[in-house]
Design a protein around this ligand. Structure first.
Ligand SMILES: Cc1cc2nc3c(=O)[nH]c(=O)nc-3n(C[C@H](O)[C@H](O)[C@H](O)COP(=O)(O)OP(=O)(O)OC[C@H]3O[C@@H](n4cnc5c(N)ncnc54)[C@H](O)[C@@H]3O)c2cc1C
Length: 410
């Protein structure tokens, strides 16, 4: 029987897992690292399917982990991407209130952003007009974030993987159906071989709760998948937003609302989305592909309870965001930001992502922040939601800081 042996085994080769491997090398902790992924190639899930926005740190409560890592993570990823001349669109971002009563939220975002180390400016109508004449602000004011940028997520994942392989990291792809043996510090692979590890990081994204449960960790948590569809402006659309354009978000809800994002790279496309509708499966990107009906029905029942008790203003999410995958509602949301947009300007993009939100069955509430749980010689990253892509280098360092004392590799 083949036996692999490593100091560190990383389950999940998305941005979080790859950055942990990268930072282990940078810190010279060990070079004996295996990244194990169930897919034949990396980037098939959230890290390869997101909007690619490097967030500037505006949304997060200053005492949160997200706030702690977003700005520094964005700066590091931007520098990393620039050094390698990968596609980057440093176009900045505008946030506009779509209803007059949301105007005050601009001040809240500006205050949070500054507390988190972000550069923000509050603009009046003439400044907004100058930057983007087609944009509408219900109050006339807008928040300008010059440091928000856009990358091409899949090219980041692929380059990171390539560099890790060159530096000796062993990437074991197409490894589904393994069994955890936590007491023996082993994974048994489907082909009968075993991987022996010193420390395991669970960075399995949409499946991280299930992986954690197989190690007896975090049984009170489960991930709820929300499908994100994107539309895009047709190539002949006369309106070409010059930067990201976002609505004022409901800060109680994990989703930022449908927004306009110009892509990075040659022949940029402006996407509109993503929506956030309860999904029929964690990896249900197309029609009934990978549908999990029993899970979906249980999740809908759980979400219906959240609606009834209106926890964290959940009803507003349902009324304003849950049905945006319906084209007329999506168009209306887009027109709140750019009134001149018409149905004939839009086409459905083939990009689809699924965002997983961690639900705590003890508190009956969604977790808002990144969550990392310890297990026996293992660390489980359970809620790597946005902006985990942006923050990935800094998040990896923070996770490593917490577990370094447990490492004892000879
Ligand atoms: C639609 C959408 C838009 C987003 N927009 C942004 C944005 O603009 N900016 C931003 O910062 N963030 C954004 N995010 C969030 C960001 O994409 C995620 O936070 C980040 O990619 C999470 O990375 P990850 O490595 O944890 O997960 P993933 O990228 O999902 O990687 C997990 C990996 O684990 C593997 N895996 C799963 N189960 C197993 C198993 N049992 N065994 C082995 N391997 C396994 C998977 O194959 C996968 O490769 C968005 C997310 C979505 C879905």
């Amino acid at each position: 029987m083949t036996r692999h042996s490593c100091d560190v085994l990383i389950v999940g080769g998305g941005m979080v897992g790859l950055c942990i491997a990268y930072q282990l090398l940078e810190r010279r902790v060990t070079t004996n690292i295996i990244v194990l992924d169930k897919e034949p190639d990396l980037g098939r899930h959230s890290s390869g399917r997101n909007s690619g926005v490097l967030h500037a740190g505006l949304y997060y409560k200053p005492d949160s982990v997200k706030a702690q890592v977003c700005v520094s993570g964005a700066n590091r990823l931007k520098a990393w991407v620039n050094e390698r001349k990968l596609p980057l669109n440093a176009c900045g971002k505008l946030i506009v209130p779509q209803r007059a009563e949301l105007d005050g939220q601009l001040d809240v975002l500006a205050e949070r952003g500054r507390a988190n180390g972000a550069v923000v400016e509050l603009w009046d109508e003439s400044q907004l007009r100058q930057k983007m004449p087609e944009a509408r602000s219900a109050s006339g004011r807008a928040l300008w974030s010059p440091n928000t940028a856009v990358v091409k997520p899949i090219s980041v994942v692929q380059r990171l993987q390539q560099e890790l392989r060159q530096r000796g990291v062993n990437v074991l792809a197409a490894q589904s159906g393994w069994t955890a043996k936590p007491e023996q510090l082993q994974l048994l692979l489907a082909d009968g071989s075993a991987v022996q590890y010193g420390h395991l990081f669970n960075c399995a994204g949409l499946q991280a709760d299930r992986v954690a449960h197989s190690f007896g960790v975090g049984e009170e948590y489960s991930l709820l998948p929300f499908k994100g569809l994107y539309w895009q402006l047709k190539a002949n659309c006369p309106i070409v937003p010059s930067c990201n354009l976002y609505p004022v978000p409901d800060l109680n809800v994990p989703f930022l609302g449908v927004h306009f994002t110009p892509s990075a790279g040659a022949s940029p496309v402006v996407s509109i989305g993503p929506t956030a509708t309860p999904a029929w499966g964690r990896e249900n990107y197309r029609r009934l592909q990978a549908a999990e009906p029993a899970m979906a029905v249980a999740n809908l029942a759980l979400l219906a309870r959240q609606y009834l008790v209106n926890r964290g203003g959940f009803r507003r999410y349902v009324h304003e965001q849950a049905f945006l995958s319906l084209p007329p509602l999506l168009l209306r949301a887009a027109q709140q930001l750019i009134p001149a947009i018409r149905a004939e300007h839009l086409e459905l993009s083939d990009k689809v992502g699924i965002r997983s939100q961690l639900f705590n069955h003890n508190t009956q509430a969604m977790e808002d922040d990144f969550l990392c749980l310890p297990g026996l010689s293992s660390t489980h990253v359970l809620n790597a939601i946005s902006p985990a892509f942006t923050a990935s280098f800094a998040l990896a360092d923070l996770i490593l800081d917490q577990v370094m004392d447990d490492f004892n590799f000879s």
